[in-house]
Ligand binder design. Sequence first.
Ligand SMILES: [Zn+2]
Length: 216
Amino acid sequence: MGIDLGILNYIHTSDGETVDWLDLEDEYERLRREQRTLSRKENSSNNYEKQRKEVAKIKRHLRRKVLDYQHKLTTWLVTEYDAVFVEDLDVTGMLQEDGNARNKHDAAWRQFITLLEYKGDLYGTRVVQVEARGTTKECAQCGVESEKPIWVREHSCPSCGFECDRDANASLNVLQSGFQELGLGWPESTPVETALPTDTTQVSAKRVIEAGSLGA
Ligand SMILES: [Zn+2]
């Protein structure tokens, strides 16, 4: 199975599933609120110190929640599939984000891959990192590259007419690279024959947490 994690909201698998990311909006909202309060306090006053600790506490809580979810997500992936292919860090994609977002993205992705490899060892599942170059540009059906700015969410091939979701196309390319990397040739079904992600199944975060907890 190839997965694409283009933007950190969710992942997209090559068998046409999107996996929800945790909904952390409430936590982020609270963090923004407490940070605003902190910015109004006088620097190095007692109140400032107290508020700084409050902000740090929320950040810790957020980090723990994300890590916990990544644990469950990776366990779910390696128990659900025989081999999992992931893109190496997509540097080109990330260059389109500003520095801060890029660092966060980078750190979360590294943590995810480290966990995934660890779980792969644990459960005897192959985890292979494939080169990210071209995964979003290339057409999964004919291989012709076309430029796509990051906000274009559809893949529509000017050469063969193949159309699908941008991330679905990328995950299919990751799948094909993974097969080649393992010397397995081409995946059995071509993208067109695969139930193609015009109708993607949504896997809820809840299901991932339940399934991931069983194996943990
Ligand atoms: Zn094409």
